[in-house]
Design a protein around this ligand. Structure first.
Ligand SMILES: NC(=O)c1ccc[n+]([C@@H]2O[C@H](COP(=O)([O-])OP(=O)(O)OC[C@H]3O[C@@H](n4cnc5c(N)ncnc54)[C@H](O)[C@@H]3O)[C@@H](O)[C@H]2O)c1
Length: 368
């Protein structure tokens, strides 16, 4: 059965177009050997869009995304646009409005530390020996960042009082729980839910809801950790995690914690998922965790692996092409095992060779 998919391709700025080119070559290779067709719809976003049409997120770009099955995103921003008013800058003016427009409520960040790259991790070698693979699922649209009221008041006695409010609806917890359990079904079938149920009313509902939703996934085991303990365990025993699911603020902190212990930014993909499309699939935006790397942009030496692995996440979560996603992930692992390294992960270790962006793309395609 032939299948055809429309992908909005938004390379953005800096290294975005360089790493995007390699991800598309990888997708083309998969398509050339199957009955799958990917129709790419290239659009401007970020600084490139500001320069061309005066706006970080042009209407045409939104329309193309709306008409697509998923968005493959590079990254946006750079020194050239930093003097613009904050809301017009590439990140605030493009990325945040896209997330809002498409209701992208779940942020997934796989943190994979490959066995051959454990020396890139800043934590003790014996703790990461053999590598690890933790998927962090963060709720992205609720909690303290958006809850009302928010205020800052000077009190009659001159003291200052500030208020932030943590708000969650049960329905918001249910939908993120389903994302986490479905993701775990494709992995090692273990979910760790992180909360602060010994202190926060929000967390009590969070925990109750996780337990309730878990009943629909009898093949997946569920464990709970308080957020302070989770921060410790991620450093002490990263291999004990499979899928970690948590609310917005805790996820913001823990996902960076986990990204850091995995090594280079150039290796880390991410997915922001929106409304379910049915059959466990989601509309979403798929992008590297890092930024536009202005220090190396245009030199052809950026690591394209985060972008290539973002394309694999797109296949898995937006298109349901699990087999093809695994093929890409296995090919990347083979390339790392073969010793090829871009500068960000090169350490002069025996058996390794420093290569450029295109050479990594070539190697992933050969490994496919
Ligand atoms: N989602 C996004 O679009 C996004 C995310 C973060 C930062 N940014 C923007 O990117 C610009 C630069 O930000 P920054 O310097 O703080 O972060 P950055 O992630 O761009 O770079 C940080 C360091 O990591 C390196 N790096 C990142 N990705 C790499 C890759 N694929 N290969 C090799 N090395 C890589 C860079 O060379 C740099 O030394 C800023 O304008 C920022 O706003 C955009």
């Amino acid at each position: 059965m032939s299948r055809s998919f429309n992908l909005a391709v938004l390379p953005g700025d800096g290294i975005g177009p360089e790493v995007m080119a390699e991800a598309l070559r990888v997708l083309d290779t998969l398509a050339s050997r199957s009955s799958i067709t990917f129709n790419y719809h290239h659009e401007l976003v970020g600084g490139a869009a500001i320069d061309a049409v005066g706006k970080a997120l042009p209407e045409k770009t939104i329309k193309t995304c709306e008409a697509s099955d998923a968005i493959l995103f590079g990254s946006v921003g750079g020194p050239k646009w930093e003097k613009l008013p904050p809301n017009e800058q590439p990140e605030r003016g493009a990325l945040l409005p896209i997330r809002k427009h498409f209701g992208l409520f779940a942020n997934l960040r796989p943190g994979i530390c490959y066995p051959a790259l454990t020396s890139s991790s800043p934590i003790r070698p014996d703790l990461v020996e053999g590598g690890f693979d933790v998927l962090c699922v963060r709720e992205l649209t609720g909690g303290m960042y958006f809850g009302q009221p928010k205020s800052r008041t000077t009190l009659p006695d001159g003291d200052i009082e500030v208020i932030d409010t943590m708000v969650y609806k049960k329905s918001e917890i249910v939908r993120i729980a389903h994302v986490a359990f479905k993701a775990a079904q494709l992995r090692r079938k273990h979910v760790t839910s992180v909360d602060k149920a010994n202190v926060l009313t929000n967390s009590v509902l969070w925990r109750e809801t996780m337990i309730e939703v878990a009943k629909e996934y009898p093949d997946v085991t569920l464990a709970h950790l308080y957020v302070d303990n989770a921060a410790m365990q991620l450093i002490k025993a990263p291999r004990s995690f499979d899928v970690l699911v948590t609310e917005n603020l805790f996820g913001d902190i823990l996902s960076d914690d986990r990204a850091m212990i995995a090594g280079s930014l150039g290796m880390l993909a991410s997915a922001s998922l929106g409304k379910p499309k049915g059959d466990g699939l989601y509309f979403g935006l798929f992008e590297p965790s890092g930024g536009t790397a202005p220090d190396i942009a245009g030199m052809g030496i950026a690591n394209p692996i985060a972008q290539i692995l973002s394309a694999a996440l797109l296949l898995r979560f937006a298109l349901g092409l699990e087999k093809e996603a695994v093929q890409i992930e296995s090919a990347v692992k083979k390339v790392i095992d073969s010793g090829l390294r871009t500068g960000d992960i090169f350490s002069n270790a025996p058996g390794t060779k420093k290569v450029n962006t295109k050479e990594i793309g070539d190697a992933v395609i050969a490994a496919l």
